[in-house]
Design a protein around this ligand. Structure first.
Ligand code: FAD
Length: 327
């Protein structure tokens, strides 16, 4: 049985692995079979991760994080977790290939998925004028003409934020009213750089190697027209990847995994969560990495407090009680 298994290979998972490995816990990290490296694999230049003054490509940053985690003894498995048993002192993790692993502690760092438009061109143009994160990519669109797709609070927030950089920001919304709160709507309506395109959906993304525009379809008449753009931000929602822990771990009203205050502790002793899967607001590589650190330290303390005597075995409730008593 392992001390610790980390699920997820984004900045949260690999940072947790760096800390756990340096604490001699020999972590096993389950990286997934397809999305190894997490969300940053879908982007080009990352300019806001501290320590890289010239910027760094997303995939390169993730390779470096993995190398750093492996250097201290992290074992990486390229498969998906398909089932979890979290109750009790022994946590069981079942993989897609049928293998099962056991550990005293789990760090759950599966991230979240931005909702996509569902267009075939999306994959190719991601990071090339197509983005899901204004905080991350707004800076690349100085004096440009761009559009935001969506009608909720985050779309209004992204559009308003993007006017700091862009000359013009269209908001493309499939209805003629917004879902966003009144205050967020008003802020966007009052902004001279923002123009609303109502009853419209993106039918196609234009551009072979970078976004040059979109084809809009009128949701009432079905008519299509092209709109020239330098970039497109998609803000139609974000889903924390929690399906494996539904009914097991407590969730917040926003759908993220609930943790105790600033810690990574979930409602089950020995199960810790980190990164975007617990974060409805910030969702940045560096906040995910910081959150991975918190999870590794919490797991370390949890493991250190587990009874070591054979009589006590690995009873985590005893360990929790002891842990609570000394903290
Ligand atoms: C296009 C784009 C550009 C971005 N640019 C920036 C930027 O410039 N700067 C910045 O700070 N942030 C940026 N972000 C946000 C940043 O990528 C995320 O905040 C960060 O990656 C979250 O890290 P995480 O470790 O929590 O999750 P993720 O990076 O999402 O990683 C989660 C990992 O868990 C794995 N996983 C999920 N389910 C399972 C399972 N069942 N079994 C095994 N593994 C599983 C996934 O495959 C994935 O590898 C960007 C996001 C996107 C989408």
């Amino acid at each position: 049985m392992r001390d610790i298994i980390i699920i997820g290979s984004g900045p949260a998972g690999f940072t947790a692995a760096i800390y756990a490995a340096r604490a001699q816990l020999k972590p096993l990290l389950i990286a997934s079979s397809v999305e190894i490296g997490g969300e940053l694999m879908n982007t080009t230049e990352v300019e806001n991760f501290p320590g890289f003054p010239e910027g760094i490509m997303g995939p390169e940053l993730m390779t470096k994080l993995q190398e750093q985690a492996e250097r201290f003894g992290t074992e990486v498995v390229y498969d998906d977790v398909v089932e979890l048993e979290l109750d009790g002192p022994v946590k069981r993790v079942k993989l897609g290939n049928g293998d099962e692993h056991e550990a005293s502690a789990i760090i759950y760092a599966t991230g979240s998925a931005y909702r996509k438009l569902g267009l075939p061109e999306e994959e190719v143009l991601s990071g090339h004028g197509l983005s899901w994160c204004a905080t991350c990519d707004g800076f690349f669109f100085r004096q440009k003409t761009i559009a935001v797709v969506g009608g909720g609070d985050s779309a209004m927030e992204e559009a308003t934020f993007l006017t700091r950089f862009a000359d013009k920001v269209y908001v493309i919304h499939r209805r003629d009213t917004l879902k966003a709160s009144k205050i967020m709507q008003q802020r966007a309506f009052d902004n001279e750089k923002i123009e609303f395109i109502w009853n419209a959906e993106v039918a196609r993304l234009l551009g072979e190697t970078a976004v040059t525009g979109v084809t809009l379809r009128d949701t009432v008449t079905g008519e299509e027209r092209d709109l020239e753009l330098d970039g497109l931000f998609v803000a139609i929602g974000n889903d924390p990847r929690t399906h494996l822990v539904h009914g097991k771990l407590d969730l917040t009203s926003e759908g993220t995994i609930a943790v105790d205050g600033r810690t990574s502790k979930t409602n089950i002793p020995g199960v810790f969560a980190a990164g975007d899967v617990i974060d409805p607001h910030y969702r940045q590589a560096v906040t995910a990495a910081g959150s991975g650190t918190v999870a590794a330290l919490d797991a370390e303390h949890y493991l250190a407090a587990l009874p070591k005597s054979p009589e006590a075995g690995t009873d985590s409730s005893v360990a929790e009680a002891e842990f609570a008593a000394v903290n």
